[in-house]
Write a protein that binds this ligand. Structure first.
Ligand code: GAR
Length: 199
């Protein structure tokens, strides 16, 4: 599989660690990153995992860099794309060849608080419960059929930092687990393109 990230890459690291610890039976072949200086790139280099780093502004359009990515993924026989803090919309160029084989993690109980700064959005709205969602990716922003969710209570004294720390801890546990289910064909997207069956 390939992991896509834009920033710190702590979820990427959690996946790599789960594989190393024998908790997840997958082969992480590639990190794709749209910010060559991101910490995720450093983490991949440290783990000995190939990196495809690119700058979107070096390309004429999203389609152009996605075509380049698809070529690299197909050349390596990648069959699952795991978005882990990849802060870009995916277009049909990438979606169609990997239909039903792209997953994303998001730090809220979707469909609440999609997009950027989901944790800040939850605090601003004053909700008492938020959480983490893993879902199959479609053409929207953090939309697509939900595979798994975990709820987290927001405490009165929570700041963005304390809440983010608890959310990340849940993400790091949940994502390797869900990726394992997908790899074992125990979490599948049905023909209707909306229903997820967990076995
Ligand atoms: C994670 O919290 C992930 O859920 C979020 O970005 C963070 C990346 O952290 N993704 C989104 O907000 C997607 N819309 P990381 O780089 O340390 O894994």
């Amino acid at each position: 599989m390939a992991v896509f990230a834009s920033g710190s890459g702590s979820n990427f690291q959690a996946i790599v660690d789960a594989v190393r610890a024998g908790r997840l039976d997958v082969s992480v072949e590639l990190l794709v990153c749209d910010r060559p200086k991101a910490k995720a790139v450093e983490r991949a280099q440290h783990a000995g995992i190939d990196v495809l780093a690119f700058r979107p502004k070096d390309y004429g359009s999203r389609e152009e860099y996605e075509r380049m990515i698809v070529g690299e993924l197909q050349r390596r026989g990648i069959d699952l794309i795991v978005l882990a803090g990849y802060m870009r919309i995916i277009s049909a160029t990438l979606l169609e060849p990997f239909d039903g084989r792209i997953v994303n993690i998001h730090p809220s109980l979707l469909p609440s608080f999609p997009g950027v700064d989901a944790i800040g959005q939850a605090l601003t709205h004053g909700v008492k419960v938020t959480g983490v969602t893993v879902h199959f990716v479609d053409g929207g922003m953090d939309t697509g059929p939900i595979i798994a969710q975990r709820a987290i209570e927001i405490r009165e004294d929570d700041t963005a930092d304390t809440l983010a720390a608890r959310i990340h801890a849940i993400e790091h546990e949940l994502y390797p687990l869900v990726i394992g289910l997908i790899k074992q064909n125990r979490a599948t997207l049905l023909e209707d393109g909306r229903t997820v069956r967990i076995q």
